[in-house]
Ligand binder design. Structure first.
Ligand code: ZN
Ligand code: MN
Length: 254
């Protein structure tokens, strides 16, 4: 049977929830990802990892929140690229709260937010807190929400193997080695390796400046070179993420 909520009938979904299933909510973005990757990378990857992890869990993967928080220059290239389509903070918070609250209304007691876009971090954090406060006001105090960034489940060994010269940090990994490898693994038809950028990494000041420009962002929008990406790396990263998510969801929710 499918793990995807959108592909289930309501009685099937209801039965899963009554059976104590974890509702996993991928949260992504529509954002430039250089010349060689599609705009939906941050929407596809957390959903792909969540759906794979869910195969051996008592879990339902909800339809992702496709749009995310405003792209920042130093972690996503910023808002100046055509296609980058973001929600304002209050809109994103409202969407997250409504969706999380709906799961609570359905009777879900275990919710896991699977974030795939760096800038969503604090918003998903706040939304989890607010949704539980709202539930508590309604007298529901037995719901737990966990949240995480899927890439944080890469092991030290994998990071060392991928980055023998040092890991630049996920914020500079935008459209770079990790995301390109994962897309080669999960969605190879959407990757155009003939269009890999040939550029130096992004070079940013310590501050943010408004109005935002592309200063310091490599022309393609990739913040680090993706050139060494392979499907094999992608499979290794995906295996780490799936195993880590399965382990932690089982540990937290039993
Ligand atoms: Zn991304
Ligand atoms: Mn992003």
């Amino acid at each position: 049977m499918t793990v995807r909520m959108a592909d289930m009938s309501w009685p099937d979904y209801e039965a899963k929830i009554k059976n104590g299933a974890v509702v996993m909510l991928p949260v992504g973005s529509i954002e430039q990802h250089s010349y060689h990757l599609p705009l939906g990378v941050d929407r596809y990857l957390p959903a792909a990892v969540a759906e794979e992890a869910a195969q051996t869990l008592n879990a339902v993967v909800a339809e992702p929140i496709v749009y995310g928080a405003r792209s920042q220059m130093r972690m996503g290239g910023g808002q100046t690229y055509p296609g980058t389509t973001s929600l304002r903070p209050d809109t994103l918070m409202a969407v997250l709260r409504d969706v999380l609250t709906a799961f609570v209304d359905h009777g879900a007691k275990k919710i896991a937010i699977v974030n795939g876009h760096y800038e969503n971090m604090m918003f998903t954090y706040e939304a989890a807190d607010l949704a539980l406060r709202e539930a508590k006001i309604l007298g529901i105090d037995d719901v737990a929400i966990m949240r995480f960034e899927y890439w944080d489940y890469m092991t030290k060994e994998t990071i060392a193997a991928l980055f023998p010269d040092g890991y630049p940090g996920m914020e500079l990994e935008h459209a770079a080695l990790i995301e390109t490898s994962l897309m080669l693994h999960y969605r190879p038809a959407l990757v155009d390796m003939a269009r890999l950028p040939q550029e130096a990494p992004g070079d940013f000041p310590t501050y943010d400046l408004f109005p935002a420009t592309r200063a310091g962002v490599p022309p393609s929008g990739a913040l680090s070179p993706p050139n060494r990406a392979t499907a094999e790396y992608g499979a290794r990263i995906a295996a780490d993420c799936v195993a880590g998510i399965r382990r932690d969801i089982a540990a937290v929710f039993g």
